[in-house]
Design a protein around this ligand. Structure first.
Ligand SMILES: Nc1nc2c(ncn2[C@@H]2O[C@H](COP(=O)(O)OP(=O)(O)OP(=O)(O)O)[C@@H](O)[C@H]2O)c(=O)[nH]1
Ligand SMILES: [Mg+2]
Length: 359
């Protein structure tokens, strides 16, 4: 399964425009009532080099799934309202992408008359917290019955949920509560939206906006919570996404952008989520896999197949730079640069692996 991200933000802040820029889906903009969802292949320049070495019949890139939901307004989530249903669509995402309007243009309708990233972020955070508080309220009700009948595990879970709910009701999103791993496991099933890593997207109109006070304000919000912000010229990049893929780099370069919005987004998302890519490669297939930085070999092998994790014996590893420098697996072997690694080996970005396992 690929990485899944969800776009949130105020009405008309530019979510669908950004969604189109990222996915090239060409979805109808503004005022949509439906959610949009698209899966795109993750570009990785290393794939081309592996194709030249292995000549595979099939290429399986990593994928990114993006969900775009209609805008949340102040109060839309209260009392289990419309916003609750919208947020339900992004319950299972790994990262929340918050789009914030960071340009002035009176001709483009917006929720407020002024531009103010801090207000907008606080508004959205509040909606996320209201939804989570409701989720916890329901869970607490269920747990109370069990806890009353003497279930001690339920009693502990109940205490954790009550603590987190109290903090939410004080205005602290779950991701900022500094929760311990046992508290996190009590919350696991709840899939709290305010717990998910947040990546901020500053939607700007022209190059001049990149240094404006709105972008700076959003950057300091991201910095304060140890997150990241990327800048996207929504409208322009959505238009470029509709061009033939070969023509896009030239137009991006004209805007002074070396990489597409999707590439910039992925870099930031992989970074905040601590993800790395590794490969299985041969003449049949070059396949890109994703795991967490620091994952040990059996965990990574489990991304390929659960049997490989269960029956893991060892992993043959070629480091990507060695393969590129030497040009073939034969040359790698000759240079003694194919390594046999055990269960505690931590996958490195770009590793080309073969898993030895007991079926
Ligand atoms: N010029 C310009 N217009 C933009 C930009 N981003 C969004 N817009 C315009 O702003 C309006 C709203 O954009 P959408 O992307 O539909 O906003 P949204 O956040 O998806 O809105 P809802 O789904 O209704 O919540 C549209 O008219 C867009 O054309 C931008 O970067 N530049
Ligand atoms: Mg929209």
């Amino acid at each position: 399964m690929g990485l899944k991200c969800g776009l949130v933000g105020l009405p008309a802040c530019g979510k669908t425009t950004i969604y189109n820029a990222i996915t090239a889906a060409g979805a109808a903009s503004y005022g949509g009532v439906e959610m949009n969802q698209a899966t795109v292949n993750v570009p990785d320049s290393r794939i081309q080099s592996l194709i030249e070495i292995y000549h595979p019949s099939k290429i399986v890139p990593a994928t990114l799934e993006v969900v775009d939901i209609p805008g949340l307004k102040a109060g839309s989530t209260a009392g289990g309202g419309h916003g609750t249903k919208l947020l339900g669509h992004i319950k299972d995402v790994e990262a929340v992408l918050q789009v914030v309007r960071c340009f002035e243009d009176n001709h483009i309708p917006f929720e407020y008359d002024t531009i103010n990233p801090k207000r907008d972020v606080e508004t959205i955070d509040l909606e996320l917290m209201v939804a989570d508080s409701q989720t916890l309220h329901n869970k607490i009700n269920r747990l109370s019955k069990k806890a009353h009948s003497g279930d001690r595990a339920a009693a502990r879970e109940l205490a954790d949920c009550e603590k987190v709910k109290a903090n939410l009701d004080e205005g602290i999103p779950a991701r900022k509560q500094g929760l311990s791993s046992s508290e996190l496991s009590s919350l696991y099933e709840c899939n709290l939206v305010s717990l998910k890593p947040m990546l901020y997207i500053a939607n700007i109109k022209s190059a001049d906006d990149a240094q404006n006070s709105y972008v700076k304000a959003l950057q300091s919000i991201a910095d304060a919570e140890g997150s990241e912000m990327i800048i996207i010229r929504g409208q322009d990049e959505a238009e470029i996404s509709q061009l033939d893929p070969e023509d896009r780099p030239e137009f991006l370069a004209e805007l002074g952008l070396g990489e597409s919005s999707m590439e910039r987004l992925l870099r930031a998302a992989y970074h905040i989520l601590g993800l790395v890519s590794f490969f299985t490669a041969g003449d049949k297939e070059v396949h890109v896999w994703t795991c967490r930085q620091g994952d040990q070999a059996p965990t990574a092998a489990g991304k390929i197949h659960s049997d490989m994790e269960k029956g893991f014996i060892r992993m043959e590893v070629i480091h990507y730079p060695d393969l590129i420098q030497l040009g073939s697996e034969a040359a790698v072997d000759k240079a003694g640069k194919r390594y046999l690694e055990g269960k505690t080996y931590q996958i490195q970005d770009g590793d080309i692996v073969v898993v030895r396992f007991n079926a």
